[in-house]
Design a protein around this ligand. Structure first.
Ligand code: ADP
Ligand code: MG
Length: 258
């Protein structure tokens, strides 16, 4: 270890049309740690994750994962093809788990896991298949590899989504509210898989409103509001003893919505 965080973002600025959605977001995630991003709806949480995964191109800012980095302000000068190549390379460093699972509906759980490693990364199919079976077992879906998404519960589908994110062998896994579209009784099984990954040393950035999960699993919690990180620190401090009034207000509303 050279002491540098595995993932670093600095000065992310992103606008949609006239609206500036990120106003200089910084983030540092050490290897093997879990960072939880909280904040009100519209504060920019999804946009941060999408910038880390190069699904959005910020006007300014730098993202580095391992030894792959992109300086987004400098991209336009590099020409279209070089820019796309840089973004594709950055994208391959992280796996994304979406709010709704985004699985291919007409492909089995196993086939959904093969798309990234075989089609995108060009790895040998047999090797990818063996690894995919291990991943499905890891998320508790041994024996369900041939099931179509429609034959699985929402919680099972989301666990396929997690296994699929892992199938590309990412350095970091990004989760965007992975349980918020689930029926309440299915939330626990997905959080259990995420907890297991965290305990196994997977580096994770998680957007979630599951405060108990954040308290128990997060090494660092960041509170985002209006496109800036208003407060960050150890989970115990930010959640139990927030310094900023905005954080306090948000957590109060979250924990006691009535
Ligand atoms: N593709 C887009 N086009 C236009 N506006 C967008 C787009 N994506 C997000 N936004 C806007 O950016 C703001 C932040 O969105 P988002 O990152 O999804 O917030 P969060 O995930 O915290 O709810 C919102 O006001 C949203 O409407
Ligand atoms: Mg969002």
């Amino acid at each position: 270890m050279d002491g540098k965080p595995l993932l670093e973002a600095a000065g992310l600025v992103k606008s949609f049309g006239e609206t500036r959605v990120l106003r200089g977001v910084d983030l540092a995630v050490p290897a093997g740690t879990v960072s939880v991003l909280i904040g009100p709806s519209g504060s920019g949480k999804t946009t941060v994750l999408r910038c880390l995964n190069a699904l959005e191109r910020p006007e300014a800012g730098l993202v580095r994962i391992g030894d792959v980095s992109v300086d987004f302000a400098a991209l336009p000068q590099q020409g279209r093809r070089a820019a796309l190549r840089a973004e594709t390379r950055l994208r391959a460093q992280s796996g994304m788990v979406f709010q709704a699972h985004h699985l291919f509906p007409h492909r089995s759980a196993l086939e959904n896991l093969l798309e990234g490693p075989v089609v995108v990364q060009g790895r040998p199919r047999e090797e990818a298949r063996a690894e995919a079976l291990v991943l499905l077992e890891r998320v508790g879906l041994k024996g369900r590899e041939d099931s179509l998404p429609s034959q699985l519960s929402g919680g099972q589908q989301q666990r396929v989504g997690i296994a699929r994110a892992l199938a590309i062998r990412p350095q970091v896994v990004l989760f965007d509210e992975p349980t918020s579209a689930l029926d309440p009784e299915l939330v626990g099984e997905v959080l259990a898989v995420m907890r297991d990954l965290a305990e196994g040393g997977t580096t994770m950035v998680v957007v979630t409103h599951e405060i108990r999960f954040a308290q128990q699993v997060a090494d660092q919690v960041l509170f985002l509001d209006g496109g800036v990180v208003v407060e960050r620190g150890p989970a115990a401090q930010v959640i139990a003893d927030p310094r900023e009034e905005r954080t306090r207000r948000f957590l109060r509303r979250l924990l006691d919505p009535l």
